[in-house]
Ligand binder design. Structure first.
Ligand code: ATP
Length: 308
């Protein structure tokens, strides 16, 4: 079985409002699919349909090749998930929570709880009540629950929310190991594009319910625009000289001159030489790559300095 997760023409309408439109995607064994979009773009609705929690208006979801259907209990043996806020019994400790979920999953071997606590670095908090956990450790407990039964598919909605930078790196490395060494197919939603780009093997961008782009993470940086950024003392004269030489320069918000023409980006030394001959020596000259947030905004057709 190649595609462990697959959707075909998935659509959800709420009283005429299109939350998800004609969405088709697939995730293979060992792949990490990063599903990114602004708030309200349809990520959670898609995940809920994948998990059979919301009935699609049209289209189909397949898990391990089987059509998602709440009555098909066998499917859920293969899936671990965490959707929105991780749920735990607040008065029970981390360990008690995990044993409660182990029993719900009908797993006889109690050792799985110690194993999963160890993997998620929860052992020091084993006897702490869930209600007293930090947000980051509550997230870890959510992921631990999702992994108790060693699923081949993991579906996570915003799993790094509330984690500090070190915690984000740990979870990232943990998920990468899970996909790489154990072949788990991971579907992970987030609005943190930069973070997702570091972990995913494939990135899908959802906007207003539509999958507007899907790209292999390796190819992502080829899609980022490059530009030549310049500064000089005589900016007005510099802009005029560069414009008359056909470089189509413009002044950005930070007060630097930007050039997008390919020849200038590939041969910044020619631009420097030209400016020096004009008596306009640059005080800054650098080829810079568009950041992922600007790329995202470009793809979804919005303007702005930062995403979120
Ligand atoms: N039960 C519902 N009834 C009506 N509209 C809904 C319902 N659930 C979601 N929506 C709407 O569908 C759209 C998509 O919501 P969804 O929660 O899937 O977005 P999201 O990308 O997960 O956003 P966030 O990042 O904020 O969680 C939103 O406009 C939301 O208001």
């Amino acid at each position: 079985m190649d595609n462990l997760i697959q959707t075909e023409g998935l659509t959800k309408r709420y009283n005429g409002f299109q939350a998800v439109r004609d969405l088709s995607l697939c995730v293979k064994k060992g792949e990490i699919y990063g599903f990114i979009g602004l708030n309200g773009s349809g990520k959670t609705t898609t995940i809920r349909m994948l998990l059979g929690m919301v009935k699609p208006t049209a289209g189909t979801c397949f898990i391990s090749g089987e059509k998602v259907n709440l009555k098909n209990y066998a499917i859920w043996e293969k899936v671990g998930y965490m959707v929105e806020t991780p749920y735990a019994y607040p008065e029970l400790t981390v360990k008690e929570n995990l044993h409660a979920f182990r029993r719900l999953r009908l797993i006889a071997d109690p050792k799985v709880v110690d194993e999963v606590m160890d993997r998620l670095k929860l052992t020091p908090y084993a006897d702490k009540k869930a209600k007293n956990l930090s947000l980051g450790n509550a997230q870890r407990l959510g992921i631990a629950k999702a992994l108790l039964h060693k699923p081949e598919i993991l579906i996570l909605d915003e799993p790094v929310n509330g984690l500090d930078p070190a915690g984000i790196v740990e979870i990232r490395e943990f998920l990468q190991e899970l996909a790489c060494n154990e072949g788990v197919a991971i579907f992970i939603s987030s609005h943190l594009l930069t973070e997702i780009a570091k972990i995913a093997t494939k990135v899908g961008i959802i906007h207003e319910g539509r999958l507007v782009q899907e790209v292999d993470a390796i190819k992502l940086h080829h899609l980022l625009n490059q530009r030549l950024v310049l500064d000089m003392r005589e900016k007005k004269a510099g802009l005029e000289a560069l414009a008359s030489a056909g470089f189509a320069p413009f002044l950005n918000k930070a007060g630097f001159i930007e050039i997008y023409c390919k020849e200038a980006i590939h041969h910044p030394d020619d631009v420097a030489r030209f400016l020096v001959y004009q008596g306009l020596a640059p005080t800054k000259l650098a080829v810079e790559e568009e950041d992922l947030e600007s790329y995202f905004l470009r793809v979804i057709g919005q303007k702005g300095d930062r995403l979120l």
